[in-house]
Design a protein around this ligand. Structure first.
Ligand SMILES: [Zn+2]
Length: 118
């Protein structure tokens, strides 16, 4: 998050030359110059900002549902499933498996042993 914040501050500074060039070289009044500078900035920084703020999800991502039948022990309770970490992705899983709290902890332990980053 801090890295993103610093990057964003630097990105704001990148709009300075656009503003400065418009102020220096254009022959309109200052309001028109600012509007033109902001228009040019928007054309460029829309894409930069989109890049900065994409994928703004913090992992691990879990899905929790009420009253599921645990796939391991069959108990009906609140169900958990790990959806995504930095190197584990079950977002497209067609048959998502939910587990009770205890079994999901066991499954998580097993996944960690298989090398998922958590
Ligand atoms: Zn269970």
């Amino acid at each position: 998050m801090l890295k993103k914040y610093v990057f964003y501050i630097i990105r704001w500074q990148c709009s300075t030359p656009i503003l400065a060039l418009c102020m220096y070289y254009m022959n309109f009044n200052i309001t028109i110059k600012t509007i033109v500078a902001n228009f040019i900035g928007a054309l460029i920084f829309f894409w930069v900002d989109r890049y900065i703020f994409k994928n703004n999800v913090y992992y691990p991502l879990w899905e929790i549902q009420e009253k599921i039948k645990c796939v391991d022990c069959g108990q009906v309770s609140k169900g958990f499933r790990l959806v995504k970490t930095t190197n584990y992705d079950k977002t497209q899983d067609k048959n998502p498996e939910f587990r009770c709290e205890e079994c999901s902890q066991n499954k998580l332990h097993e996944l960690k042993e298989r090398g998922i980053k958590y």
